[in-house]
Ligand binder design. Structure first.
Ligand code: 7PJ
Length: 274
């Protein structure tokens, strides 16, 4: 299976690792260490040296309870980082945003992939992607980062997430985005309790059966803390296990903080599993 994004075509026969580059002073696990443009660029270059196949640049933390970032502040954070990285690395640059203005500016600055936790539901977002050749990751969430963890309720979380993503993919295709440019993501940790996250990972093959590449983002997330009792700084082993399970259940891309460790684990999987 191939995934088209900007000037890149990714062969997803072997699973790809998306490395996270936060440019957010309040990001829950990096604590603002890469807040400055220069540090974020250096971090991205380091992740590519470790084997990242995609870099995901985020300027607004979407962790539960995070405050929204004003448009001009988000642009100031992410655009210089994208501009710096496109000249330094030869992997697709993804922008983690739900704001159409940020999508357009990021694409103009060289971004190849729009990673939208709101699945292009913001007015103007479908058009912003359709008028480019960027790829898009459509993610499932209920509500907003401010409200999503209050009390997520599902009758059948797997069926509901699948139906939502199927409809968003249809909307994207209807807006003129080719199927080859679309990737789907169940949105682990977004308006989901641990039981919901575990059910979605266990049933990931059902999402893969929709026919689009699937991205899984479980790195350091609280479901792994609930299972192990580990604090966020001690969640590397559970994150590796989650990435391995996601790939074995069909994910084409895993979104992670710890690129080198994840690449090593997936190399072992690739050597054994056909
Ligand atoms: C995800 C994301 C995810 C996609 C974040 C964190 C919270 N984008 N952005 N999927 N998570 N596509 O990294 O813990 O799971 S931010």
């Amino acid at each position: 299976m191939h995934f088209d994004c900007g000037s890149y075509q990714l062969d997803l026969a072997c699973p790809r690792v998306m490395g996270i580059v936060n440019v957010t002073p309040d990001s829950f696990s990096d604590g603002g260490r890469y807040a400055s443009t220069q540090l974020a660029i250096e971090h991205g270059v380091r992740l590519v040296a470790e084997g990242a196949d995609i870099l995901d640049i985020g300027g607004e933390s979407t962790r539960p309870g995070a405050e929204p970032v004003p448009l001009d502040e988000e642009l100031k954070r992410v655009i210089p980082v994208i501009e710096g990285l496109v000249n330094l690395v030869d992997v697709p640059i993804s922008i983690d945003t739900y704001k159409p203005e940020v999508m357009r500016a990021a694409i103009a600055a060289g971004a190849d992939l729009i990673n939208d936790v709101q699945a292009l539901q913001e007015p103007g977002a479908l058009e912003a992607v359709a008028s480019s050749n960027a790829g898009v990751c459509l993610m499932h969430m209920l509500g907003t980062p401010q409200t999503m963890q209050t009390d997520p309720q599902y009758d059948d979380v797997v069926a509901e997430v699948l139906e939502f993503l199927r409809l968003r993919a249809e909307a994207a295709v209807a807006a003129g985005i080719a199927r080859e440019r679309i990737m789907l993501d169940p949105g682990f940790g977004f308006a989901k309790r641990s039981v919901h996250n575990i059910a979605l990972l266990r049933e990931l093959p059902k999402l893969c059966a929709l026919g689009y590449p699937v991205l899984a983002g479980l790195s350091r997330k609280s479901v792994l803390g609930h299972i192990t009792g580990n604090r966020v700084e001690d969640r590397l082993p559970p994150s590796i296990a989650a990435a391995v399970v996601a790939v074995m259940k069909g994910a084409g891309v895993v979104r992670v903080h710890d690129v080198k460790a994840t690449k090593d684990a997936l190399a072992v999987v690739a050597a054994i599993i056909d």
